[in-house]
Design a protein around this ligand. Structure first.
Ligand code: DC
Length: 224
């Protein structure tokens, strides 16, 4: 079973995907974390965020690993845990530029398909249903208003212990800017797959979204 969860920033994709993975014992893959790790690598190597060849070489040198530790996904770059660093405003502000580089995407998509392998998997991102796993049995597209996504991100910062002096208005502007860039890039833009089910989570609790997706998974299993 492959479950693809796509949607814009902070629509709740990773929160619900993690819960579902735990409930069903599926492997969870956060593809956004991989593009964020590429951005950390570019920054560490003092590269321009548009330097495709330089970034590709640096990724090969450093290596990106996703590890599950005590039920949590951790991201390692050059053997160092960067799970917190990848969420800082500096990385968030530059990840759209790095993730728009065609060869960086090619490399990540190939890694993602390799990681999905033949196991039951729930993968979240922007292009999972359209590009990475086009044959996924269940495709979900989560949306929510920019305001509610900004409020969630602020809460998320607090919970992860990430210091941020950004106001909710500033976060909302950042989110809107990133949505625009992610939806308008040439390769694999953020787009709902034709066969994806859209869920607007603005006024839904986490449990309600989880239940809605679980119902879709169950429906798809019955069709087998
Ligand atoms: O889900 P996130 O906010 O952590 O994703 C970070 C960035 O990575 C986002 O701005 C777009 C990009 N991304 C992508 O282009 N394709 C994916 N499959 C996942 C994320």
């Amino acid at each position: 079973m492959q479950v693809a969860v796509d949607g814009p920033a902070s629509a709740g994709k990773s929160t619900v995907a993690k819960i579902i993975a735990k409930k069903l014992s599926y492997v969870y893959i956060d593809t956004g974390a991989m593009y964020r790790a590429c951005t950390v690598i570019a920054r560490n190597h003092k590269l321009d965020y548009g330097d495709e060849a330089g970034i590709l070489q640096a990724i090969d040198e450093d290596g990106i690993e996703l590890k599950s530790e005590h039920g949590e996904q951790k991201v390692y770059v050059a053997g160092k845990d960067v799970s917190k660093e990848i969420r800082t405003p500096e990385i968030s502000a530059n990840v759209s530029q790095v993730s728009a580089l065609p060869k960086v995407r090619e490399k990540m998509v190939s890694l993602q398909r390799q990681m999905a392998g033949k196991t039951d998997v729930i993968m979240d991102g922007r292009d999972i249903g359209t590009t990475v796993l086009p044959d996924a049995e269940v495709k979900i597209f989560l949306v929510a208003s920019a305001r509610s996504r900004a409020e969630r991100r602020l809460l998320d910062f607090k919970e992860r212990g990430i210091e941020s002096n950004q106001t909710v208005d500033e976060i909302e502007q950042d989110i809107a800017a990133r949505d625009y860039k992610d939806s308008h890039r040439k390769i694999s833009p953020l787009k709902k797959a034709d066969d994806a089910i859209e869920i607007d989570t603005t006024n839904m609790s986490i449990e309600q979204v989880v239940d809605a997706i679980l119902a879709e998974i169950e429906k798809s299993q019955k069709n087998f």
